[in-house]
Structures are given as structure tokens and as C-alpha cells.
Design a protein around this ligand. Structure first.
Ligand code: CTP
Ligand code: CA
Length: 223
């Protein structure tokens, strides 16, 4: 396995990675979340660590555990907690990769007690969460900033728009059209887009996708 990771180009570099879902509390026992497994982010963390990087992994709820000793994991629950941890470390990193599936909205209020069932209809008011990646783009100094995009229509166009709007250096477009790709699967099919390049990859394990992404980052930004 290690056979494939020849590169030690990330030695001396710090890589910050967000991973997993976020859970937004409705009451003490319920939340709004999503099916992200965290596998993509953890694969990126392992691969970057093998290449010599010091990795700061900020992860939402997942059963996964990092293996490599170069990975410092900080576990969070909500988007707000993820944002706080990210900005504790953002200034010190050389590369930041946002692979977390951050909930776009959170309940406006979290009930102190478990909500009892009453009427036939229940309405929850949701408010927009901070866009962590966009905030990283706004505060960018020398960091190379990498984001993901999950699109179901006008994929490339929408991904390029995110690349520009969030001030990113590279964006990984996840294709959901392929059977076996994306959430809850061990495989992904991606397109890697920068300001002046576009590369398509086949359906692969998330470990292999992590290698492809880091190869692209090294080729483009570590000359
Ligand atoms: N992201 C983030 N904070 C958020 C929402 C998204 O850091 N509150 C990051 C994700 O980690 C990903 C990128 O932004 O790297 C794009 O996420 P995506 O859900 O595809 O895009 P959004 O900007 O949330 O827009 P939309 O869901 O409406 O397409
Ligand atoms: Ca979103």
C-alpha cells in the first residue's frame, strides 16, 4: 500500500483538513445532519501524513479514527464549532482542504428540553450556517485553499463559480451520477478544476482519489 506513496514533498508543511458531516441540534436528543461518512477527508489526512505533512484534521461526527501519528484530530459537532476550530489553526497552515459536508442551515433555536409531540404539524425555523470555506477564502494569505463541490446540475459551471466566489486555488467536483460514487460509498468519481486546468478521473476508491488530489496539489503548487 505504502508502495504507491513515493512522494515526501509535503515534509515540513502543515495541512488543515475538514471532514465528515456536521450535526445541528434541534433539542437534547435530535439533530439535523447528513450521510457524510468522513472517508474522503480521513483518506486525504492519511495520504498527506504519509507524504510528510503535519495534518490538522477537524472532523464532524464519524466513527473513523486517524491512523498516522502525524495527524492531530479535533472532533466537533456543529458547523459553528467546526468554524471555531478551523480558525484556531488556519493562520498556521500551508494548505487547507475543506472536505466536510457542512450543514447549510441550523435550527434557529435549540430547545433545552426534548420536544414533546403535540400537533400534527411541526415547523422548525432554520438559519444559514457560516460558510467556513468562504471565510477561509476571505482571510487567505499564503495558504493554498482547496474545496469540494457537490452538484447535480450544471456541474462544471457551478464548481467554477464556487472556485471563484470562495477564492479557492483548486476545487474537486464530486460526480453523483455514477453508481457507487459519493456519500456512504467507498468510491468517488471526481473532476479536479483550477483556474487553468480541468482533469477528469474514473470511479476509484476514496484512498486513490485522495492520492489524485494530492498529486494535483503538488504538481500545481509545489514546483
Ligand atoms: N462549505 C463550508 N461551510 C459551509 C458550506 C460549505 O466550508 N457552511 C464548504 C464544503 O466543505 C465544500 C464547499 O464549501 O468544500 C462547497 O460545499 P457545497 O455544499 O458544494 O456548496 P455550498 O457553498 O454550500 O452551496 P450549495 O450547497 O448551495 O451548492
Ligand atoms: Ca452546501
Amino acid at each position: 500500500e505504502d508502495f504507491f506513496s513515493f512522494s515526501r514533498k509535503l515534509t515540513g508543511k502543515t495541512v488543515l483538513i475538514t471532514a465528515g458531516p456536521t450535526y445541528e441540534a434541534i433539542d437534547p436528543v435530535r439533530f439535523i445532519g447528513n450521510h457524510s461518512s468522513g472517508k474522503m477527508g480521513f483518506s486525504l489526512a492519511e495520504e498527506a501524513a504519509k507524504r510528510g505533512a503535519r495534518v490538522i484534521l477537524i472532523s464532524g461526527p464519524t466513527a473513523l479514527k486517524p491512523e498516522h501519528s502525524n495527524i492531530d484530530i479535533h472532533r466537533v459537532t456543529s458547523a459553528k464549532e467546526m468554524a471555531n476550530q478551523v480558525f484556531n489553526y488556519y493562520e498556521t497552515c500551508d494548505f487547507a482542504i475543506a472536505s466536510a459536508a457542512v450543514a447549510d442551515y441550523a435550527p434557529e433555536v435549540t430547545a433545552d428540553e426534548k420536544i414533546k409531540k403535540k400537533e400534527d404539524h411541526l415547523t422548525l425555523n432554520l438559519v444559514k450556517n457560516p460558510d467556513i470555506l468562504k471565510a477561509m477564502g476571505e482571510r487567505k494569505k499564503n495558504q493554498i485553499l482547496v474545496g469540494f463541490a457537490l452538484e447535480t446540475q450544471n456541474e462544471v459551471e457551478n464548481a467554477k463559480e464556487k472556485l471563484n466566489k470562495k477564492n479557492l486555488d483548486l476545487i474537486v467536483l464530486n460526480s453523483l451520477r455514477e453508481a457507487g460514487a459519493g456519500f456512504g460509498h467507498d468510491t468517488n468519481k471526481v473532476k479536479i478544476i483550477t483556474q487553468n486546468s480541468e482533469k477528469s478521473f474514473g470511479l476509484k476508491s476514496k484512498k486513490e482519489v485522495a492520492r489524485d488530489i494530492l498529486n494535483c496539489i503538488e504538481d500545481e503548487f509545489l514546483k
